[in-house]
Ligand binder design. Sequence first.
Ligand SMILES: O=C(CO)[C@H](O)[C@H](O)COP(=O)(O)O
Length: 223
Amino acid sequence: MTDYKMEAAIAASKIIANGQTIGLGAGTTIAHLVKLIGKDCKFTSSSFNTINLLREHGLTVLSPSSLKKIDIYFDGCDQFDAELNALKSGGGIHTKEKILASMADQFILLGDAGKFVPQLNYPLVIEILPQALQVVRERLSVDFPDASLVLRMSNQKDGPVISDHGNFLLDVTFTKLPALAGLNTHIKMIPGVVDHSLFYRMAAKAIIAGENGIQVIMPIYPA
Ligand SMILES: O=C(CO)[C@H](O)[C@H](O)COP(=O)(O)O
């Protein structure tokens, strides 16, 4: 059976040029890409696992805090739509991922064709300062009364998952995702919210692989 994530990673590896600074996110498609890299580049990553993999492959890893910009940021996602709005909820590291995506000349989404959906319907995750959990929950339950709000719990220890920044993660499932432009700013403006997992109109292109081969998708914004 064809490994479509590997196919997408192979296509992505051909874009990388010697001397570039490359940012990498998390997940299985990115792990394939790390194994394929044959260029003399510098790397940075938002992911503990990806950093370890880069080091195992003898690649140069820089701290994101030492950089102002990067040439390309490649990352997977849970879902994306025709505007290349992406939900990156599962990994719980969207805050760092969004910073790297914003630093890149090009943010390129990678994955199998199943990630491309007509309408996003995956849960949104919100990173919240612990002291603001109750007030943010209350605000969300008033503003989005139909949404289910679930504090992400650890299955490896007692208590909630703690983010890389010492915060909580709240998974928000909407019956229907509200209009994305408004949702993007509305959630971000709630005091106590660090960031949410909707990457609104940030990606420059998506490279996906499926039954029809490799597709490079550019964002289409309505007039
Ligand atoms: O955004 C993410 C998690 O929130 C990851 O990048 C995504 O899940 C990776 O997917 P895959 O393992 O299919 O490459």
